[in-house]
Design a protein around this ligand. Structure first.
Ligand code: GTP
Length: 377
């Protein structure tokens, strides 16, 4: 029997996703028409012998999460539970805290996934790879190739990065336990000598994997399939594009067609002569006649007036590089806002005939003129 755990983080995470993460927890933000997390759940539900999916995070239980869990349970016919950490315990600390729940029922192995990645999730390939490599390891890490430049490296620098998708045997908890004990002693020592309270965080990548790699207990399974992180709102547009392309193979019914009477637009109002490209338009938005929306996210219930232009700058990786991965752009560079996609928070009103370019507009704003390269508070 198998299980899966998805790390969904909490309210302090997803800061680069503001103001959109004010309205909905980032893992539920729609990517290619469905909540980000649904792509993970769909992939898990297709793995034979998968019994349960556990979401761990430090969000207070909330209506949106509960609604999402119950509808996903029905749609994918699989048990899904949310386990709340009392504080952010780190990517390794959370699973260690809930180890009894993860191991209940005796799974032979479990998948662990970061919520903020988009991927083809080659879970069954990882499972085959894991079984081919015998008993003497405690995990498989999904890796992908990147091209990056390191000037005069003094040690070996790999071109493979971790995708934040893993397969572990129950033995992993023994290793995390050892680190937990060691950290615990260091924390007590620190508290006694300096009176400083250190957080109880265990990070999988830095604290656990470095030790395991040294003991040859981890394998890397390299994937050629698409993968990207979803850190900034701009990367949600990029991730949407990757999933929409995949829908041609996996879910053609989710894509619009050009037959008579179609496409049927649901949930948003689009006027005549409107142009939308490389953008996400959220529920309740109104795009009035002849407006133009490019490289932007239009928030829930926002309105773009007639002949207005809402435009951003894409932060896509190099399209000519097959292994390009999206960069995590910082919001500011050299004292200015990095040119990026335009984001309209929820309930924003853009009047007719203005231009909003490379800007972030916070929720509930009624703009009265054009803006460029600004955060409108
Ligand atoms: P950032 O650039 O700071 O986001 O770091 P990162 O890319 O290394 O990501 P990080 O390791 O912080 O997070 C990876 C995934 O784990 C994300 O989906 C987070 O939401 C989630 N996550 C991070 N910290 C915690 C935690 O303490 N508990 C839980 N349950 N999830 C977490």
């Amino acid at each position: 029997m198998l299980k899966a755990v998805i790390l969904i983080g909490g309210p302090q995470k997803g800061t680069r996703f503001r103001p959109l993460s004010f309205e909905v927890p980032k893992p539920l933000f729609p990517v290619a028409g469905v909540p980000m997390l649904q792509h993970h759940i769909e992939a898990c539900a297709q793995v034979p012998d998968m019994k349960e999916i556990i979401l761990t995070g430090f969000f207070q239980p909330n209506d949106e999460l509960n609604r999402f869990i119950s509808s996903a349970q029905q749609e994918f016919k699989i048990q899904i539970r949310y386990l709340q950490e009392f504080a952010a315990l780190g990517t390794g600390g959370g699973i260690y805290h809930f180890r009894d729940q993860i191991l209940s029922g005796g799974p032979a192995a479990f998948f662990l996934m970061n919520a903020d990645v988009c991927s083809e999730f080659p879970l069954q390939e990882m499972l085959r790879f894991h079984r081919q490599h015998g008993e003497n390891h405690c995990g498989v890490l999904l890796g992908t190739t990147v091209l990056h430049f390191v000037e005069k490296p003094s040690t070996f620098v790999s071109d493979i990065i971790s995708c934040g998708i893993y397969l572990f045997t129950p033995d992993i908890f023994g290793h995390i336990g050892n680190i937990f004990q060691r950290n615990q002693q260091e924390r007590i020592q620190e508290e006694l000598t300096n009176g400083k309270q250190m957080p109880e965080v265990i990070r999988l990548e830095q604290d656990i994997f470095t030790t395991l790699a040294g003991q040859k207990k981890l394998f890397v399974y390299k994937t050629q399939h698409f993968w990207s992180q979803i850190k900034s709102a701009g990367s949600a547009i990029y991730a949407s594009r990757l999933y929409l392309k995949q829908y041609h193979k996996t879910h053609p019914e989710r894509l619009a067609t050009n037959q008579d009477g179609t496409p049927k637009i649901i949930g948003v109002t689009i006027g005549g002569g409107v142009r939308v490209r490389e953008s996400i338009v959220l529920h309740g938005a109104v795009l009035q006649d002849h407006c133009c929306v490019l490289n932007s996210i239009v928030g829930w219930d926002s309105t773009v007036g007639k002949w207005a232009r809402v435009e951003g700058t894409p932060s896509d990786p190099n399209p000519n590089d097959p292994y390009a991965k999206i960069d995590s752009e910082t919001l500011f560079r050299d004292g200015g806002l990095t040119p990026s996609i335009t984001i309209l928070g929820c309930n924003v009103n853009i009047p007719s005939e203005v231009i909003i370019r490379n800007s972030i507009v916070l929720p509930h704003k009624d703009l009265n003129r054009s803006f460029q390269n600004q955060i409108i508070l």
